[in-house]
Ligand binder design. Structure first.
Ligand code: ADP
Ligand code: F6P
Length: 326
């Protein structure tokens, strides 16, 4: 690939609040630096069907405050095949797109890594997912907004949990990562979090009950990370009904409302910083890296590292939750 004159931008996988702020930042920064920008619709699907449109600065006006993604998003099975990626590459060539900016989660960045590898296309990733499960960045675009949404919901559930003296299991998203559940629990003042990362270590329900549930409280809220590994909130509610029938249990599954809403200031700021950094990275000759933020500084994380699926849970957070839930 020679000099980069035109970049393509797409959002892929689960949408996340702040994706629009990132689209705006990438578009404006690219134009500021003399590059042409093409918006690709519906993630990798748009690269296969050719749903692509040139973006000028006004195409990204009045979007910084919006949740979702104006480029739409999709899960594209065809792109997972070498044949699908060949079509995507051919479309890029036809459209004159020299480099790709992909905003999405680990699946989307896996796709970008393969495209880059197979066709020598410069690709830069932005971590766009509420799950916060990408390695090498302290936070991802959408995570803070989702945490705040969880907080609002749990504050409301607490009113009824307290009044009825009930035990509530609140299921939150995260795919197989427990960041939303753990930090959501700390922020909401919940009694415990059940997360996939610790599932093989201990029986988290037993631990919660043995740690003195009902010693000083007549109601409790436990955040459960949705996951095949934990089995989700329903699984724990069933267990309590069978093993501790003295407790009055209820379940709330927060579901997709966690993915919507206006992005918080934090998400808008990191999306803007990461968007500008992605263009900077391309101009510096960086290839096949995800833009991350660590200790409040922009970092370049090789795709292979970012998507290796083992971003660790900070034990200090677990201690904080345990100590404060007595
Ligand atoms: P996320 O990016 O939020 O993790 P997904 O895992 O659903 O979401 O991935 C989004 C899209 O990225 C997929 O629909 C597919 O088009 C692409 N993708 C995911 N995994 C791969 C893979 N192993 N190879 C190629 N493309 C992939
Ligand atoms: O990756 C984001 C996420 O919201 C996960 O937390 C969740 O497991 C998944 O996407 C839900 O996907 P879908 O939109 O296909 O229901």
């Amino acid at each position: 690939m020679g000099t980069i004159k035109c970049i393509g931008i797409l959002t892929s996988g689960g949408d996340a609040p702040g994706m629009n702020a990132a689209i705006r930042a990438v578009t404006r920064s690219a134009i500021y630096n003399g590059l042409k920008v093409k918006g690709i619709y519906r993630g990798y699907k748009g690269l296969i069907t050719g749903e692509i449109k040139e973006f000028k600065t006004e195409n990204v006006s009045n979007i910084i405050q919006l949740g979702g993604t104006i480029l739409k998003t999709a899960r594209c099975q065809e792109f997972k095949t070498p044949e699908g990626r060949q079509i995507a590459y051919d479309t890029m060539k036809k459209e004159g797109i020299d480099a790709l900016i992909v905003i999405g989660g680990d699946g989307s960045l896996t796709g970008a890594r393969l495209l880059a590898q197979e066709f020598d296309v410069p690709c830069i990733g932005l971590p766009g997912t509420i799950d916060n499960d990408l390695y090498g960045t302290d936070t991802t675009i959408g995570y803070d907004t989702a945490l705040n949404t969880i907080l609002d919901a749990v504050d409301k559930i607490r009113d009824t949990a307290t009044s009825h003296e009930r035990l509530f299991f609140v299921e939150v998203m995260g795919r197989d990562a427990g960041f939303l559940a753990l930090n959501g629990a700390i922020a909401a003042g919940a009694e415990a979090a059940i997360i996939p990362e610790f599932n093989t270590e201990v029986d988290q329900l037993e631990e919660f009950i043995n740690n003195g549930f009902r010693k000083s409280k007549s109601s409790s809220i436990v955040l459960v990370a949705e996951s095949e590994i934990t089995g989700g909130a329903m699984h724990y509610a069933e267990r309590v009904k069978n093993e501790y029938p003295q407790y009055d249990v209820r379940v709330t599954i927060l579901g997709h409302l966690q993915r919507g809403g206006r992005p918080t200031a934090h998400d808008r700021i990191i999306a803007s910083r990461m968007g500008v950094a992605s263009i900077q990275a391309l101009m510096e000759g960086q290839r096949n890296v995800m833009i991350g933020i660590e200790h409040d500084e922009i970092v370049y994380v090789p795709f292979t590292k970012a998507i290796k699926n083992d971003k660790p849970i900070d034990r200090e957070l677990v201690n904080v939750l345990n100590e404060l839930s007595i």
